[in-house]
Every structure is written in structure tokens, then in C-alpha cells.
Design a protein. Structure first.
Length: 421
């Protein structure tokens, strides 16, 4: 019996706008992005990082995320400032095109330039294969907006995404279709690990230290050991390395009326990859405290970043986890995973976290990798800390990390009045 025999086989298409910001600037100027040397970046800042470059610049070896001073001096190019409002306008035009083909319930807006479509229930109506429908949608986008796109097709969101990231950009029609049967030949040779969706450079180093150098190594590693070391993220990485993804597009389209706990913080200075971790942890601590006080656990974790005004934009994504939780480390791991997947190395000025899909905490999910005694001990410690903070104020117990210069916890606790939010 195959690992894939009982897995769902949907018709998922993921479409990404090629060199989106740079191509929009070319369309606005009636220029050909395949022959125009143009970069989108803050003018006059030699150390600035490009937000995008045209396909022509990429053909010359210039990456889409390059410092201005790293562009070879022999390449003559034009620099234009970013216009986030214009990019949002074009993004909405593309989303409207998707909605002309599928219901909003079958559409997931993954980022400003990338969307997933579940076309399983539309193929008979259009009398097309998923490949033919992808071609038609992409042609419609090109005809109506002038934008170029790439597409991946697969039986689930993960396989469609990896097909697009790895193969579509090298195919003649910018489309790649993979199935479960392609996993050993197409997934497993992928290296470095950070080329794979969802694995950041820090996780890559951790896995490399364990002797895991390719996706095949990860797929054939002991699943229990991965989960023991990395928690729910370890199990997810093993599943993904084997092409397993049970998420449905509907999982990401959560009802906005759904009760949730949220926390958003505008930062008083620019933060980066190196120091934002302490802020994320402190915010998760606040939210897990709220969960425990209200006797709740969550199933959906949302995480977002807003960049500084000079760059604009950011991202927000949510993840549905297999079992409801109020555990700080589990929720923190999911937030960090989203952050590492989408962060673009720009200065950070806002962090947002939300917990939804709430359930009463008397629903207990068995965890084979954590003993009953460990669960009771962890719960007892959390409850004791919560009781002390409620009685004597939120700064009555603090961690050593809260004393670091980049921490905002003590000051925020003072502003909240010390006892309750």
C-alpha cells in the first residue's frame, strides 16, 4: 500500500506574478520587462536593497534581492522608487480575474503577487484540464494587465507550490504540473534545504547538523525523532518532504466573525531578523496568558509583519494546526516558521499575532511525545505564574530576556496598568 493511496487528489493551481513590482513599473511606462534594465529601489541609497528587478536584469545575473552596490558597474540600469499603492491596485486587478474563474471560497490570496486556486469542481464546467485552465487564466492576466505569470499545478497546495518554485520558471510556457508519483524524482533531490517551501536558513543549519542535506534525507529520516526535536514543525517538515499536505484552501478563509485573541504592536524603532525574535516571543507570552485565563485553546495561528514606512508593505498569513493548543512553544514555533518563510530582510515596525479557532481547554489532545506528568507539570507552572502576575502585577515575574534593550515587555506592562489587560 502506497503512502499516497488515501490522500486527497485535488486540482490546485498556484499562480505567481513574475518580477511583479518591476513588471508593473514597465507596464506603466510601456516598456518591455524582458529587454529593459530596471530596478525598484529607494533612489540615492547605495546600500538599499532592491525590491524587484526586471527579468532582463535577472538574465544578467542580478538577483531580485540585491544591494545596489552589488550590481556590477558595467550594467547600466534605471532605478525607480517603489509605489506600493500602484502594486496593490494591480494585485486587485489580478484577484478580480481569478474571481471571474472561481468562487472566492476556492481562492487563497497568499501574498500581493501570488494566489492559490482550487479548480477541482470547475474542470467539468469549463471542459478543460487543470493545465488548460491554468493557461487560460494566465493568458487573461497578460491580456488585461500586461503582467507575466508562472504557475504550478498539483494534487495539494504544497506540491503545486514546489512545482512552481522549482520547475515552472524553467519551462517554455511557465507552467509545471507534479503529482504524488513525482515526489522521489523531483522533491527529494532538492538542495540546499532552504530552496524548499517553509524551510528557512536557520532551520536548514539545524537539519544539516543532523546530517540532513537534501529533501530526500528529510523524507527518509525518523519522523518521531524530528517531532521530538522540533515539535509540530518537525512532523510537518517530514510530511512536506514526502509531499503530504492535508490543508484545504477553505482552511485559510476563516470567518472574520470567528472569536479570536489578537495582539498588534507598533515598534518604537526599526527591528531586523536579529532582534525581532524577542518581541515575537513576548507577544506570544501575552496571548497564551489570555488563552489560559479564559480557559481556551486555539487551532488557527495568524502572524504578520509590517515594514517601516520607507519600504511599505509586509505580510500576514495564518496556519491551521492539527490539534488545539495553549502552549507557548508550539504557537511560537508556528509564528517563527511563518516569519522565516516570508520575511524579506526589510526594517520591521509592526508585528501582529492572532489566535482563532478557539476551543474550551477541557478538550485534551493526546501527545505521544510528551508524558502525562510533563503536561501536568507544564500546566501547573503556567497557572502559578499567571496567578502571581494577576495578584501582584505583570512585572512581578519577568524573564531575563525582558531586561534586554530590545525588549518592550516591562514598559508595555506598565502602560497596561499592571494587573489585567
Amino acid at each position: 500500500m502506497s503512502l499516497y493511496d488515501n490522500l486527497p487528489r485535488r486540482n490546485i493551481i498556484v499562480i505567481d506574478m513574475k518580477s511583479f513590482f518591476a513588471t508593473v513599473e514597465c507596464v506603466e511606462r510601456n516598456l518591455d520587462p524582458f529587454s529593459t534594465p530596471l530596478v525598484v529601489a529607494e533612489p540615492g541609497r547605495n546600500g538599499a536593497m532592491t525590491l524587484a528587478v526586471t527579468p532582463y536584469m535577472k538574465s544578467l545575473g542580478v538577483g531580485s534581492r540585491t544591494r545596489i552596490y552589488e550590481i556590477p558597474s558595467n550594467i547600466k540600469y534605471r532605478t525607480v522608487p517603489p509605489r506600493m499603492g500602484k502594486y496593490v491596485e494591480y494585485s486587485q486587478k489580478v484577484v478580480d480575474i481569478y474571481k471571474s474563474f472561481v468562487s472566492p471560497d476556492d481562492l487563497h490570496i497568499y501574498s500581493i503577487d501570488e494566489c492559490f486556486l482550487d479548480v477541482t469542481d470547475y474542470l467539468k464546467m469549463y471542459n478543460m484540464t487543470d493545465y488548460e485552465l491554468a493557461q487560460k487564466i494566465m493568458k487573461t492576466i497578460a491580456d488585461k494587465t500586461g503582467l507575466i505569470s508562472t504557475a504550478g499545478i498539483g494534487p495539494n497546495m504544497l506540491i503545486a507550490k514546489i512545482a512552481m518554485d522549482i520547475e515552472a520558471k524553467h519551462s517554455k510556457d511557465n507552467i509545471a504540473k507534479w503529482n504524488y508519483e513525482d515526489i522521489p524524482q523531483k522533491f527529494w533531490p532538492i538542495s540546499p534545504l532552504s530552496d524548499f517551501w517553509g524551510i528557512g536558513r536557520r532551520m536548514q543549519k539545524n537539519l544539516n547538523d543532523m546530517g540532513i542535506l537534501t529533501i530526500g534525507d528529510l523524507a527518509n529520516y525518523d519522523k518521531k525523532k524530528l517531532k521530538s526535536k522540533f515539535g509540530i514543525i518537525g512532523e510537518e517538515m517530514w510530511n512536506h518532504a514526502n509531499g503530504i499536505d492535508l490543508a484545504r484552501i477553505g482552511d485559510y478563509n476563516t470567518d472574520p466573525k470567528d472569536k479570536s485573541y489578537g495582539h498588534s504592536q507598533v515598534l518604537f524603532k526599526d527591528y531586523t531578523f536579529d532582534n525581532i525574535g524577542i518581541i515575537i516571543r513576548e507577544m506570544v507570552e501575552v496571548l497564551t496568558g489570555r488563552l489560559r485565563r479564559n480557559k481556551k485553546k486555539c487551532r488557527v495561528i495568524g502572524f504578520g509583519i509590517g515594514y517601516s514606512k520607507a519600504y511599505g508593505g509586509g505580510f500576514y498569513h495564518s496556519r491551521k494546526i492539527p490539534a488545539s493548543t495553549d502552549d507557548l512553544e508550539t504557537i511560537l514555533a508556528v509564528c517563527n516558521n511563518i516569519f522565516q518563510k516570508f520575511y524579506e530582510d526589510y526594517p520591521i515596525r509592526k508585528v501582529s499575532i492572532s489566535l482563532s479557532g478557539l476551543e474550551h481547554n477541557n478538550i485534551e489532545q493526546l501527545n505521544l511525545f510528551e508524558s502525562y506528568d510533563e503536561r501536568i507539570k507544564k500546566k501547573s507552572i503556567n497557572n502559578t505564574v499567571d496567578e502571581i502576575k494577576n495578584k501582584f502585577g505583570k512585572n512581578s515575574i519577568i524573564k531575563a530576556s525582558n531586561l534586554l534593550k530590545d525588549s518592550t515587555m516591562i514598559e508595555r506592562n506598565k502602560k497596561r496598568g499592571g494587573h489585567r489587560e
